[in-house]
Design a binder for this molecule. Structure first.
Ligand SMILES: NC(=O)c1ccc[n+]([C@@H]2O[C@H](COP(=O)([O-])OP(=O)(O)OC[C@H]3O[C@@H](n4cnc5c(N)ncnc54)[C@H](OP(=O)(O)O)[C@@H]3O)[C@@H](O)[C@H]2O)c1
Length: 336
């Protein structure tokens, strides 16, 4: 990934998307397998920005509508549609649907029905980050209740889902965040979600960290959203034979593992991409994952990340806020 350093980044993204605008598009007629959807809400995720920058693993044909995630309500269905009916809520089955719009006609196989009794913000942010968190917690190491997981960027959308799903699975978490003036407020919020320890990157580097592991097992799983020095630190605390899964590269720096960690600790370095997981699994398996997460939401064990709702017409403001550091709030475009 390339791009300027973080300070002028918000302005740079605004310029990049300057060519983008709200545009009135003709709705296509609803064919037999089509669904007319009124979009309700759609988040702005880092991958949406990467897609606009042309730096993502999947790029749409241009011109394209932005946004890969969100929730909409079914308005009408074609005669062959059996899975959903008017009034139901739907989310994209795959990236590239273009969710930053008020309405659209989509074909049935591009959508998945979700219960409409979950909070709107949860539904709008369900299809990417909680799915990623759940898969990473369950697919790489066979963790048992009481085992420990360490992660960085713990206040990210994925990080907040990791904290909550881990807690629901009985796993203990060490959560690393970047230092900021209101660190106590952030620490309290993450602890209220179920985080056992919240540490800054600087605290993680300190020698006293050793004491933490007198009371808890060394983590067998590390989840890396950042790269660079932050990921090197996660590796330093990983248990011998443990796995670090890289799923994001927010610092735009490579992952560096020391030779001794590889030789003497035999740590495993893996990667995860939800889009690849979906290619390797059936739509029914994705639907099952979504339903598992909806059950957690229903039980109050999984809430949406901290969010700021912004009307679609103010999308420039939301885009700028989405790339500003230390905001700790997912920008959600609202269409209703
Ligand atoms: N591989 C997959 O399948 C998959 C799926 C979902 C998401 N992701 C990736 O996961 C990452 C997080 O996504 P999200 O939607 O959870 O993000 P988000 O809610 O927008 O949060 C972004 C996070 O990145 C941190 N951050 C930003 N710039 C940073 C930097 N230079 N150094 C360190 N931390 C930095 C922010 O921390 P501050 O508060 O300190 O700014 C915040 O914790 C993205 O890279 C996204 O593409 C990957």
């Amino acid at each position: 990934m390339t791009g300027p350093n973080p300070k002028p980044r918000a302005r740079w993204v605004a310029q990049k998307v300057g060519a983008s605008r709200l545009k009135k598009l003709e709705l296509t007629a609803v064919g037999g397998s089509d669904i007319h959807v009124k979009m309700l809400a759609a988040p702005i995720n880092p991958s949406d920005i990467n897609m606009i920058q042309g730096n993502y693993g999947l790029l749409p044909k241009l011109p394209a509508v932005g946004g890969n995630e969100g929730v909409g309500q079914v308005v009408a269905v074609g005669s062959n549609v059996t899975g959903v009916k008017p009034g139901d809520w739907v989310i994209p089955a795959n990236p590239g649907l273009g969710t930053w719009r008020t309405e659209a006609v989509f074909s049935e196989e591009t959508l998945i029905g979700v219960p409409s009794d979950i909070p709107l913000q949860s539904a709008a942010t369900l299809g990417v980050n909680p799915c990623t968190a759940y898969r990473m917690l369950t697919d790489f190491e066979q963790l048992r209740p009481g085992d420990c997981v360490i992660q960085n960027a713990s206040n990210s959308g994925v990080g907040q889902a990791v904290i909550q799903i881990a807690a629901a699975l009985g796993l203990r978490t060490i959560n690393v965040v970047r230092d900021r003036p209101d660190i106590q407020k952030l620490t309290d919020r993450l602890k209220s979600l179920g985080a056992e320890h919240v540490l800054t990157e600087e605290q993680l580097r300190k020698h006293e960290m050793k004491h933490l592991f007198k009371d808890m097992p060394q983590p067998r799983l590390a989840l890396n959203c950042v790269g660079g020095k932050s990921s090197t630190e996660l590796l330093r605390h990983l248990a011998p034979g443990g796995t670090m899964v890289t799923y994001g590269g927010m610092a735009k720096q490579p992952v560096i593992a020391s030779v001794s960690q590889l030789i003497f600790k035999d740590v495993k370095l893996r990667g995860f991409w939800l889009s690849q997981w979906k290619k390797d699994h059936s739509p029914a398996q994705f639907k099952e994952l979504i339903l598992t997460l909806c059950r957690l939401i229903g039980r109050g064990q999984l809430t949406a990340p901290a969010c700021s709702e912004v009307p679609l017409q103010d999308y420039q403001r939301a885009l700028e806020a989405s790339v500003r550091p230390f905001v700790s709030s997912k920008q959600i475009l609202t269409m209703c």
